[in-house]
Design a protein around this ligand. Structure first.
Ligand SMILES: [Fe+2]
Length: 471
């Protein structure tokens, strides 16, 4: 028996590959299916099943393609409905994969059809639980994504309580919990760095499995502090119920090289968005006017999903040479399927053609001359980071609510913009410049560098005195 976790850091997502005696199953596959087919080929196994723990909201899965290409059966939990053919599994139904067995446990709460899969090894002993978004390491799935006119988030939270207490927590303590997500995913709020753990240990450390919590306290705790889900979540959940375009077709379209000259002579490309996925440094040095920066070497897909509001947006890429296919694939994982091509020769060719390029004003923290309160700062980090410590008088301007925050701001005022290390601040400035801001300056290296400079901070966390600490 082989159990492999395939963890994708950009999405904080875990897919699983199970193989035994010539047969295999995939749990919660990502959109692109070639890696799973390659694994099955290498292990000389036939993919028999594709199991989905639930209709994912934070990525688009490739289950329909995988089933079409391999002949595998798609399995969802009870109550699932979709536009494609699948097997609606029953609670406690068993599925054979070679010499091992996977048992479906209906564990509603995160969503109504949410199910976990318990793996019995060749000796018929419980080995591990693929817990989907019912149980994470350090957390449980948020119960507010599948609310409808028939079911409230409180109803779903109660269902999750029963799923945990009456099903999952009754399993042997030594089984391994393999969740669908890890730290950084917006499907939960308090996940650990680890991507698996034993159930026994989770009973000790996971707040949601605390036996002393009453049902009412549990509901209150898991609903407390939930933030608005990102705008692309409902769109991805809908896509997962439909048949989507295979990634090969998206690549065939998106891998079209567009020369700067061709673009210049094109009049029907007014509504395209230039998406620059290079490094923050390269973007700062030179970029196409009005392009948006979201670099590949960061939480690329989630930021695209949060910040590009039209999922059907026609996109032209400015990508590092040789990473165009990776970019289109990663965009497809969250349903951004409308890549028209990429600029051949990148920014250099664009510049050579005499087309508009801009640079981004950037300063090192040490080079900022502070003129008392005339200097103002936008802190684009998350609220938790801002609350922990920030530049004195910095205004909180979180990247995930940038369009809302930008509405009432003076676009002609000089502002320094920073995040933790210089990735999110460049994203923010690229968007704000499109919205008409004219005097934004990026701080190189972000807050990490600021703490080494003379810029005064609001809170001195490790050395807090009454006079230095204003909050
Ligand atoms: Fe989920």
């Amino acid at each position: 028996m082989k159990v492999e976790q395939l963890y994708t850091k950009c999405l904080s997502e875990a897919t699983y590959f199970i193989a035994s005696n010539g047969e295999a199953a995939i749990i919660d596959p990502l959109r692109e299916i070639a890696p799973y087919i390659a694994m099955a080929k290498k292990d000389v196994v036939r993919i028999k099943y594709v199991f989905l723990t639930h209709f994912h909201a934070d990525f688009v899965s490739g289950h329909v393609d995988l089933a079409r290409v391999t002949g595998a059966t798609i399995v969802y939990g009870p109550t699932a409905t979709a536009d494609f053919k699948f097997h609606e599994g029953k609670d406690n139904e068993e599925f054979k994969i070679g010499d091992v067995t996977l048992k479906l446990l209906h564990t509603p709460g995160h969503t109504l059809e949410s199910s976990s899969f318990l793996l019995f090894n060749e000796l018929k002993k419980e080995h591990c639980l693929f817990s989907g978004d019912a149980l994470f390491i350090g957390d449980v799935g948020r119960p507010d994504l599948a609310v409808s006119s028939l079911v409230t988030r409180e109803d779903l939270a109660e269902k999750l309580y029963y799923s945990l207490h009456e099903k999952i927590m009754k399993l042997p303590d030594d089984i391994i919990i393999y969740p669908n997500h890890g730290k950084g995913s917006a499907c939960g709020k308090n996940m650990s760095n680890e991507t698996f753990d034993t159930l026994g240990n989770q009973k000790k450390v996971n707040y949601a499995l605390n036996l002393n919590l009453s049902k009412e306290e549990f509901v209150k705790q898991i609903l407390d502090g939930l933030t608005e889900p990102p705008q692309y979540f409902p769109k991805n959940a809908l896509m997962n119920k439909k048949v989507n375009t295979p990634v090969e077709e998206l690549l065939a379209k998106g891998l079209t090289a567009i020369s700067a000259n061709q673009f210049k002579n094109c009049t029907n490309m007014q509504d395209v968005l230039f998406l620059d996925v290079r490094s923050p440094k390269e973007f700062a040095e030179r970029h196409i006017s009005n392009s948006i920066f979201i670099g590949l070497d960061g939480a690329f897909a989630p930021w695209v999903g949060v910040l590009i509001e039209n999922i059907n947006q026609p996109i032209i890429l400015i990508a590092p040479e040789g990473r165009e296919e990776e970019t289109i694939t990663r965009l497809s994982r969250i349903g951004y399927d409308n890549v028209l091509g990429y600029i051949e020769g990148g920014i250099r060719a664009w510049n050579n053609e005499g087309l508009n390029v801009n640079e981004l004003l950037t300063l090192n923290a040490n080079d900022i001359e502070l003129l008392d309160d005339e200097c103002s700062f936008f802190d684009v980090r998350k609220i938790g980071e801002y609350d922990e410590n920030c530049v004195k008088n910095a205004e909180h301007f979180p990247l995930d609510h940038i369009y809302l925050s930008a509405k009432d701001k003076d676009k002609n005022k000089e502002q320094y913009v920073y995040c933790a290390g210089g990735y999110r601040s460049v994203i923010a400035i690229s968007i704000l410049n499109r919205l008409g801001f004219k005097k934004l300056i990026n701080i190189n290296g972000g807050f990490t560098e600021i703490t080494k400079s003379n810029i005064p901070l609001k809170i001195y966390k490790n050395n807090c005195t009454a006079s230095a600490c204003s909050k």
